[in-house]
Design a protein around this ligand. Sequence first.
Ligand code: SF4
Ligand code: SF4
Length: 359
Amino acid sequence: MNPALKYLYHKVIDSPKRWRPFLAVYYLTYQCDFRCPYCSNGFGKPYHHLSQEVLPAGAVSEILTRIRRSCDYIVITGGEPLKYPDFGEVMRQVKELRFRDVALNTNGYDVERYLPQIADSVHTLIFSLDTLDEGKADQWFGIGRGAFRKICSNIMQAARLPRKKYRIVLSSVVTPRNIPDLYAVYDFAQINGFTFAACPELRGVKPPPELPGNGAYKDFFDFLVSEKKKGRAIHGTMPYLRHMRDFIRFSCRPFTMLVVDPLGQVFYPCLEIGHVAGNILECEDLHALREHGRKYFGPQLECDTRCHSACALGFSLILHHPLSLAQELFLMSKNSVTRRCIDARIVRREFSEGKGAQS
Ligand code: SF4
Ligand code: SF4
């Protein structure tokens, strides 16, 4: 089913007997050497506290093949997905499967080792970056000094690579401890032509008590809304940014997604609730998996105010606020004009500084 028909399907029909996801989120491994203070799954556990078991490359390849039969879009995430021992082979496989869009989430530390394979396979390369304060960043990563510099160097190497097909997104977690730092991360993204994305810290499914009603938090999202209106590259529609800002309750649509853990287990209805409907290696019929989940765990219930994360909120809002998509397309076209103006200003400045003649 093509994406437009799938959209209409979810908007109009959304049968409880069918599972037709837009997007798969595949947790390739929960392994990660970092120790970010906000690291949390839906139950508040850091990913490095979960099972560190991974499947061999052949089984991962089978999972990807089965995912591809029902999803055009995939996010490969973790933990840190580049910790998967045969990550290069995974990249080769996703390329062969010809997804419409492959997004890769990474902390960026090992990116230089796989850059050619990533450049060949990934359309959206998402680096986590929460501050430009080197000392604070290294302390948060928890693996010793030098990590921040290595990550920044990898980001710039990824940006300069010729013949890449990905766009770069810098993704920040907004916590009570880094809000003032985020303006510099945003500027760094804009200057380099990256998209900026921000999500609140979630402990389990809820923000820490210091965020809702926090003036600095609200000001930052107001800043993003006003920048977005100018056509800057910021992830999310206007309603999305306002829901993030005010922690507005939304009606979740978890069956727009298929979330698979490192061993192939399929979450029902979502990772956050954490029921497992079955293993995609044993049953690739998603309708049967949904039916199985419904039988054992009951139908999807309406949740309270929670889960202000990119996927859960994003899909709910594009289904409930379709006009925001039109606005997003308009702002994207504005962004490409803005980007060309910024590029022209940089080129003019480089020529006036004599750099243009050297390059
Ligand atoms: S990089 Fe991601 S998975 Fe690793 S500790 Fe930080 S938040 Fe957790
Ligand atoms: S809001 Fe959505 S993602 Fe969060 S627990 Fe409820 S169904 Fe799951």
